[in-house]
Design a protein around this ligand. Structure first.
Ligand code: HEC
Length: 110
């Protein structure tokens, strides 16, 4: 392979590398732009949700964050135990008798 042929080959490789680099930069910029757009979409959705009354917003947050899982009494339903939403977030029913605490050996436990 003579020197001029080798130089032309190297120039072609260099041009391709530059094109590839430019494409990568464009890809990164497009991805960043897409992420920003997604954020804007989410923010818009959030804004739409906050258009509710504060009480409805609170109810939504409590439902989404799973507070009912522990703070709403359960009742037996046709599909098994389910939260009794008539007593939503009322905590442990005062009338429910707890079993006596187990007899534990004297401490210290740690
Ligand atoms: C995994 C079960 C569980 C979940 C889920 C849970 N909690 Fe609790 N929460 C408890 C327990 C247990 C206590 C009592 C802790 C204690 O007394 O040391 C408590 C206590 C509280 C208290 C204090 C009540 C008091 O009288 O001092 C508040 C307020 C509270 N939780 C709010 C929430 C909210 C809001 C959510 C949802 C974001 C939530 N909890 C989700 C189990 C849970």
């Amino acid at each position: 392979m003579d020197q001029s042929h080798r130089r032309r080959l190297l120039e072609r490789v260099e041009i391709r590398c530059r094109r590839l680099f430019t494409l990568c930069i464009l890809g990164v910029l497009l991805a960043a732009w897409g992420c920003q757009n997604n954020g804007a979409t989410t923010a818009t959705t959030d804004n739409a949700e906050t258009a509710e009354t504060p009480v409805e917003r609170g109810e939504h947050l409590v439902a989404v964050l799973g507070c009912n899982d522990c703070h709403t009494p359960m009742q037996a339903g046709s599909d098994g135990p389910a939260p009794d939403m008539a007593r939503m977030l009322s905590g442990h029913p005062e009338s429910m008798q707890m079993p006596p605490p187990p007899a534990l050996p004297e401490g210290p436990w740690l």
